[in-house]
Design a protein around this ligand. Structure first.
Ligand code: F0G
Length: 356
């Protein structure tokens, strides 16, 4: 049996790697594209929605795609340390891949604003985790300055190798479907991922692997929606901590993806995010973190707004990227759902409560 050895191995010919690149991999990705029957039915009879479940990566988020590239290239350059700012997932991934590579990893996070699972990951992988009194945008400003003045590689998505790795998600989707989807929905935070997906689709189109391009639909949280509002947000707020970002680094690239693809970037409220979060868990059996549910919240919203033109006899294929696993943020789940009742350890009591 031919074993799967991670994205650099699988998509080598489309990535800036050479024989001299030491490949640091955790056999990331090749994540499933899961058909979502209930979600499709909510939209209408000719919709077919697939979930690109990126929570099934080694560290539980899509960041591993970019990190295998960024850390491998840092090793190739002979660097000894990497640094990033993070709302949690980038730091978890950087810490894991740096541990594997034997590199020092410094992580700067906004104080008190990181989901528990992500904080635990950074710490247990041995990163030097430092919290700053400020938000993600402040943390990113600091690490950018440090990387310009010290011999340490920045592994946020401003690092072009991160985008190169992340673009492979588009390749996987097209390889699986045998064509490009019609629409692609995803959450937007620092805007690296929408940039990467669009780059991937365009490259596959140029290589003649696909005959059309999808329209990109990005969703920000309403309290952290700088691109939608057209100006940076000083104090971003949202339950979706992963995308609580007021001044995205790849702002212009995200607008380019939107405009070139004739797509849209819109805002969804926290209550829309939570209801999509619960829908995914309770109707599709897929547990994601709140930020990831923004893609589905946006899809529901556009469906209600009749954004999608009804095309007779044509199936409309839509992808929703689910960026991170639900176990990253168990507190968000527990805040959303009532705690379990406690009864006597007796058959009658349990049967009564269970409603049997
Ligand atoms: N979803 C999740 C779960 C994320 O962690 C992020 C970003 C996004 C969506 C948005 O992706 O930034 O490429 O637009 N998390 C970064 C981090 C900022 O530090 O982990 P983006």
């Amino acid at each position: 049996m031919k074993s799967y050895l991670g994205i650099i191995n699988r998509y080598q010919q489309y990535l800036p790697v050479t024989k001299n690149t030491p490949v640091i991999t955790l056999n990331e990705v090749n994540t499933p594209l899961i058909y979502a029957p209930k979600l499709s039915a909510e939209l209408g009879p000719n919709f077919r929605v697939y979930l690109k479940y990126e929570g099934l990566n080694p560290t539980g988020s899509f960041k591993d795609r970019g990190m295998t590239m960024a850390i491998s290239k840092a090793m190739e350059k002979g660097l000894k340390a990497v640094i990033c700012a993070s709302t949690g997932n980038t730091s978890a991934s950087a810490a894991a891949y740096a541990a594997r590579a034997g590199l020092k990893c410094i992580v700067v996070i906004p104080e008190g604003a990181i989901a528990l699972g992500k904080l635990a990951q950074g710490l247990i992988h041995g990163a030097k985790v430092i919290a700053v009194r400020g938000n993600f945008d402040d943390a990113l400003r600091v690490v950018r300055e440090i990387s310009q003045n010290y011999k340490v590689e920045l592994v946020n998505s401003i690092n072009p190798y991160r985008i190169e790795g992340q673009k492979t998600a588009s390749f996987e989707i097209c390889d699986f479907l045998g064509l490009a989807p019609d629409f692609h929905c995803l959450p937007v935070g620092n805007a690296g991922n929408i940039t990467a997906y669009w780059k991937g689709y365009k490259e596959y189109y140029a290589y003649k692997k696909i005959k059309s391009l999808p329209r990109m639909l990005g969703f920000q949280a309403l309290g952290a929606a700088p691109i939608v509002k057209g100006h940076p947000i000083k104090n971003p707020r949202t339950i979706a901590t992963a995308i609580k970002i007021g001044n995205p680094a790849s702002w212009e690239k995200a607008e380019e993806a939107r405009d070139e693809s004739k797509g849209a970037i819109k805002a969804v409220s926290d209550s829309q995010i939570i209801s999509a979060y619960k829908f995914l868990a309770q109707k599709e059996g897929v547990f994601v973190e709140p930020a990831s549910a923004a893609s589905v919240a946006g899809l529901f919203m556009l469906g209600k707004e009749k954004f999608f033109p009804p095309i007779k006899n044509k199936e409309i294929k839509i992808i929703c990227t689910l960026t991170g696993h639900g176990l990253k943020d168990p507190q968000a789940a527990l805040k959303t759902i009532k705690s379990p009742p406690v009864v006597k350890a007796q058959l009658e009591a349990v049967v009564k409560k269970a409603g049997l």
